[in-house]
Design a protein around this ligand. Structure first.
Ligand code: GLA
Length: 339
């Protein structure tokens, strides 16, 4: 957590509203391995990071309250009930989405004054949106004593992103942001939502995140379309998700599918297998093996799932040729970052 950021948000709140807020720290996440598997009910292995969102929040004394996003220097006073119009964009959509989801549950928290700021580069695949949604629902829960459990808040953030913002993402991001612990990776089964915290011993290695600078916007990307392909194949096999099938079943229908669709499902099955192997590698501190699995994951994301880009492939190739790099892959939904 960045104490400097906390102080900036705290003092900005004080100068705007003249009162002391409740302060929330909500981290972003990396994903070590298990990409595009969460919405297929598969396995993922993310970890919370030391970059995130700091939110100052308190009950508004009167009116509708005021929300201030210091990074973009914008301020907003929400309507009393959020518009149900889906596919909104920008930071307000994430907060309105949370109010909308709470409303669906019959929960109407009172108005709030909010100031927030973050140090996650947006669009770099580090889940700034989930961190913001979690911060807001967590803050509302605290100051209005809504009695929501952390898991309920994860579901609310997830639903806000899916139903209000319009990105049909999986549960990994809000889960990792809510439950992540320092020094640990989270092995999460996205079907049962059972997770295991795995201590990460990197010896003298470290994770390095590179931002390609290639911007992505999930709502505009082919993300939802990838998901539809996976769901259509599961439906054809009369199962609820790709998690329910094995390679044999998939191969059986290969000739009935466009080859590109077959390859996407094939990637998901393989990636799930890789997460299981990566869990063992991490537990055994076998970083060479983990690195190999990361390279394999990237190859699949690039060639089979087709979510990489030239810049990312270039960086991964460069990593492969560099002494001392054990593994590299793209991270997140598409383009963005390489780890
Ligand atoms: C985005 C989504 C996640 C996940 C990843 C790809 O980060 O929000 O749910 O699907 O892409 O693994």
């Amino acid at each position: 957590m960045d104490q400097g950021l906390v102080e900036i948000v705290r003092s900005s709140f004080l100068s705007h509203f003249g009162k002391k807020p409740t302060l929330i720290w909500s981290p972003g996440r990396i994903n070590i391995i298990g990409e595009h598997t969460d919405y297929n009910q598969g396995f993922v292995m993310p970890a919370a990071i030391d970059r995130g969102i700091v939110m100052a929040i308190s009950q508004a004394q009167n009116g509708r309250g005021q929300w201030i996003a210091t990074d973009v220097k914008e301020s907003y006073s929400p309507d009393s009930s959020p518009s149900p119009t889906p596919k909104r964009s920008g930071w307000k959509a994430y907060l309105l989405g949370i109010l909308s989801e709470l409303g669906k549950k019959g929960i109407q928290p009172g108005p709030v004054d909010v100031v927030f700021s973050g140090n996650i580069p947006p669009g770099a695949g580090l889940s700034s949106s989930a961190a913001l949604e979690n911060a807001f629902v967590f803050g509302l829960n605290e100051i209005y004593k809504l009695g929501l459990s952390p898991m309920e808040m994860v579901h609310i953030s997830h639903a806000a992103e899916q139903d209000y913002v319009g990105v049909r993402c999986g549960i990994m991001d809000p889960y990792a942001s809510m439950f992540g612990q320092a020094g640990k990776a989270i092995f999460l089964d996205c079907r049962s939502l059972v997770s295991e915290m795995i201590p990460v011993h990197l010896e003298d290695c470290q994770w390095i995140l590179l931002d390609t600078g290639v911007q992505h916007s999930l709502a505009d990307s082919a993300y939802n379309q990838r998901r539809e392909v996976c769901e259509a194949i599961a439906a054809r096999l009369e199962v609820s998700s790709l998690r329910e099938i094995d390679l044999k079943q998939l191969v059986k229908i290969r000739s009935e599918l466009p080859e590109a669709d077959y390859q996407k499902a094939f990637f998901v099955l393989e990636e799930n297998g890789r997460v299981l192997k990566a869990r063992e590698a991490l537990k055994n501190a076998d970083l060479l093996k983990l690195g190999e699995l990361m390279y394999e994951s990237h190859e699949g994301l690039s060639k089979l799932y087709e979510v990489s880009c030239e810049e990312l492939d270039f960086l991964v190739d460069l990593a492969r040729e560099s002494d001392g790099v054990l593994g590299a892959r793209m991270m997140g939904a598409d383009s963005g970052a390489v780890a």
